[in-house]
Design a protein around this ligand. Structure first.
Ligand SMILES: [Zn+2]
Length: 548
């Protein structure tokens, strides 16, 4: 086992009691010699192969950044490993419509060494994942995903990399929550075991084969192991297993950053200093999401001991808003501009164009207007409001759903429907979530949102629940013909905007029963339309809500 000491930042650890490894026969490192190793990492790409409209992130700029670090490390005689914490799929229509082909192939271009499998890889069936694997020459790692019929692993559990004199094992682990977050249609024959157990079983084998052990995980970073309703994450893993040197994480989509005293920074802003979380001698790192940052850990290995020399989250063309001389808010780069790699950009461009073309294709048809006009949807229950709420409710297996009408930006006219039409209705890319509430909590919530006034974005639309509301006061609420039972639990689907207290809705994202499904609202609506087309607009009328 190798312990971690921090050379440059010893202030951070009170735990530096360095046990030096006995050198195994098969090791190639020499006593007294120090070896440089740099780990680069990203996670939760979620379809962001292209930069956003402000020119932030994007794979072409990421490649330029990583290429320049490679050149620097090579010149110093160091070694480099580039890892991803998974969730390459889902989040941008242009990528989703092409099974994330530009994203995976882009990773191949940039030269990733390995990735963890994320829950969103299972938004597609296994055959699509197999196709995605064939596009690249790096492994998709998961030690805890099994085929239930053969009892065999579906993916390679780990890979050992020989980097100069160093042998580095990278083991992949995926959140057990994938079973509940992934598309149930694709989960039939797949099981997820506990990551902690798998690592414990593999450690003796890994210790024989490698000098350094890294877990590439997609389990989430929950501060102080407070994972709530979620499956345990990286902190629990590090605390439960002694001997993992580094965890490269994903899933919670956080910049995992501690300050110089080792306290976690909860409101991290691009450009601030960042140190990994240190738990039980394991360094835990995560680079927020979407390729906004490349995480960079410069390490030194000497006499069986691995030390962190420096760490940073390097922003990829991220911008902040500042006031200019005229007092107008403008976006400026937080760090030096990174040029886009011309070759990768040229490779990705046809995918971006094709993706945009695909948005114009017909996904369904409706027999009359779905009402989303501002002057209507903010004043009364409409078929569009009901439809959106219903789509979200069904997607996450909820009993009911609430939708703020301010999040509904357009109508859909009678006739053919395209993905582009759907994106006009829901342009904000809010994520669908759900929260498990007892009947009393649910009634309190419904009472609060039923009171939202007309002519405001907060005005609520519903699905799955029959309501009688008089002058904003909730009089009756039933689900499947039954009164809401204060002692029973209910699952409520809501979007991330209202979950976080947007439109002054009761905040739910800190509730212990809240789960972020990761599904983008427009995508959920599109899928519902595809599945249920031809749509009869009348079927969605009012949604069993009576307002007086
Ligand atoms: Zn995830």
């Amino acid at each position: 086992m190798i312990k971690i000491g921090l050379l440059a930042v010893t202030a951070i650890t009170g735990l530096v009691s360095l046990a030096v490894n006995v050198q195994a026969d098969s090791s190639r490192w020499e006593a007294g010699t120090s070896y440089k190793l740099t780990i680069l990492h990203t996670n939760d790409n979620h379809g962001r192969f292209w930069s956003n409209r402000h020119g932030e992130y994007g794979m072409a700029a990421r490649k330029t950044l990583i290429d320049s670090i490679r050149a620097e490390i090579k010149a110093e005689g160091g070694q480099l490993l580039l890892l991803s914490g998974g969730d390459i799929n889902t989040g941008v229509p242009e990528s989703d419509l092409q099974d994330a082909e530009p994203d995976f192939k882009g990773m191949g271009f940039i030269g990733y060494d390995a990735m963890a499998i994320g829950n969103h890889e299972f938004d597609n069936e296994l055959s699509v994942i197999r196709k995605q694997q064939s596009w690249v020459d790096f492994p998709f790692l998961a030690a805890n995903i099994y085929d239930t019929s053969t009892k065999k692993r579906l993916f390679k559990p780990y890979q050992v990399f020989q980097k100069g004199a160093l042998r580095i094992a990278v083991v992949g682990l995926t959140t057990e929550d994938t079973k509940k977050l992934g598309n149930p249609e694709f989960m039939g024959n797949i099981s997820f075991t506990q990551p902690v157990d798998e690592v414990k079983n593999l450690l003796p084998e890994l210790n024989k084969k490698a000098d350094i052990i890294i877990a590439a995980t997609h389990m989430g970073h929950y501060q102080d192991a407070k994972f709530g309703i979620n499956a345990p994450g990286d902190v629990t893993l590090a605390r439960s297993v002694k001997g993992i040197d580094i965890i490269i994480g994903g899933h919670s989509q956080d910049p995992v950053c501690a300050d110089a005293q080792g306290a976690m920074i909860t409101k991290y802003k691009a450009g601030m200093a960042c140190m990994p979380d240190v738990q039980n001698g394991t360094l835990i790192m995560q680079a927020h999401e979407w390729g906004k940052y490349v995480g960079r850990a410069d390490l030194e290995f000497k006499d069986g001991e691995l030390s962190l020399v420096s760490y940073q989250l390097i922003p990829v063309n991220l911008k902040k808003k500042v006031k200019n001389a005229e007092g107008k808010k403008v976006r400026v780069l937080v760090a030096d501009a990174i040029a886009e790699d011309a070759t990768l950009k040229a490779f990705l461009t046809p995918y971006q164009e094709q993706g945009q073309e695909k948005l114009q294709q017909k996904i369904g048809v409706v027999d009359s207007k779905l009402e989303g006009d501002r002057a209507v949807v903010r004043f009364e229950p409409t078929n569009m409001g009901h439809l959106i709420a219903l789509a979200q409710m069904e997607k996450v297996g909820a009993d009911l759903a609430v939708m703020n009408s301010g999040g509904i930006r357009d109508s859909i006219a009678q006739g053919d429907i395209t993905y582009k039409d759907v994106l006009k209705v829901q342009p904000f890319a809010n994520v669908v979530g759900f929260v498990t509430l007892n009947g009393k909590e649910l009634l309190d919530y419904l009472t609060a949102v039923a009171a939202k006034p007309i002519d405001s974005g907060a005005f609520a639309q519903f699905a799955g629940v029959s309501l009688m509301i008089e002058q904003g006061v909730l009089k009756t609420a039933t689900i499947k013909g039954q009164d809401i039972d204060p002692a029973k639990n209910y699952r409520l689907a809501i979007n991330s905007y209202i979950a976080s207290g947007g439109d002054k809705y009761p905040p739910m994202n800190k509730h212990s029963g809240y789960v972020n499904s990761g599904f983008v609202d427009a995508d959920v609506l599109k899928e519902y339309i595809e599945k249920n087309s031809p749509l009869s607009a009348g079927e969605y009328d009012k949604g069993n809500v009576v307002r007086k």
